[in-house]
Design a protein around this ligand. Structure first.
Ligand code: IPE
Ligand code: IPE
Ligand code: MG
Length: 246
């Protein structure tokens, strides 16, 4: 029986974020090249997006490529940028079929022109969908995002668009790439690593963290249901006491 049947449907996370990790190790275990792992990770992206859309989850944010990942061997970086193009080509129909709107965050200017153009094309094709918002974090660094926000706030103060007394959490949120998105309720990281790796540092302040040893290419709908099930067993106190919640 699927764990899906045990989920409490009115207690689903609104926003799930995933650090998709373990493609290289998955390929190595099979005696293959790292890129083989990346290619096999595409079906896990499809399964997670489809199951979120089916459940009615509103936001799914996938960490696909960090700014630090630019330091990987050139042929791996090139292969990943090409994989992104072929994935968009093959998966845009899945997005349209499931009413999913595509979005991207990160230093997108650093992507090769061909990759960025393909991405923008898919974002445009899906812009009228109003189901799941699927955000890809590409060439993303949370520290960069925060610095960028501070620079823009400083510049708006200088231009007298805002006053320094106006700076608060809510205003800061509006200067991040994730503006208008709620913070993630659940963060999943696959592959057994238990770290954040420069992902959504500000936004994860009160997120429930879920770590699984499953390598990303083996992550499927059932694994996602398991993560949501575990999330539903947690008590989110936001600093209060248990008694205050009931
Ligand atoms: C995640 O898998 C994909 C990216 C970071 C692009 P990895 O490529 O990090 O796989 P491992 O961690 O080396 O197994
Ligand atoms: C984090 O994975 C980035 C993505 C999943 C895109 P890494 O494999 O790059 O992270 P570290 O280096 O193990 O922390
Ligand atoms: Mg990794």
């Amino acid at each position: 029986m699927s764990v899906k049947n045990e989920l409490v449907l009115d207690k689903l996370p609104k926003h799930i974020a995933i650090i998709m990790d373990g493609n290289g190790r998955w390929a190595k275990k099979k005696g293959n090249l790292r890129i083989f792992g990346h290619k096999n990770g595409v079906s896990s992206v499809r399964e997670s997006s489809e199951s979120c859309a089916e459940l009615g989850i509103e936001y799914l944010t996938l960490y696909a490529f960090s700014t630090e990942n630019w330091n990987r061997p050139k042929n791996e970086v090139r292969a990943l940028m090409e994989l992104l193009i072929s994935t968009i080509n093959s998966e845009t129909s899945t997005l349209l079929k499931n009413n999913i709107r595509l979005n991207a965050i990160g230093n997108l200017n650093e992507l090769p022109d061909k990759t960025r153009n393909k991405l923008n094309e898919a974002i445009d094709k899906t812009k009228n969908n109003d189901g799941l918002l699927l955000t890809l974090a590409l060439s993303y660094s949370s520290k960069d995002e925060i610095i960028h926000a501070i620079q823009n706030i400083a510049s708006d103060v200088k231009k007298e668009k805002i006053k320094s007394e106006d700076i608060n959490e809510h205003l800061f949120d509006q200067y991040l790439f994730t503006k208008n998105m709620p913070n993630p309720d659940l963060l999943i990281r696959t592959s057994g690593e238990q770290r954040i790796s420069n992902f959504l540092l500000w936004q994860l302040a009160y997120t429930e963290l879920y770590f699984t040893d499953v390598l990303w290419p083996d992550f499927n709908k059932e694994e996602l249901y398991k993560a949501i099930y575990e999330y539903q067993q947690r008590e989110r106190r936001f600093g209060k006491t248990s008694e205050q919640l009931t």
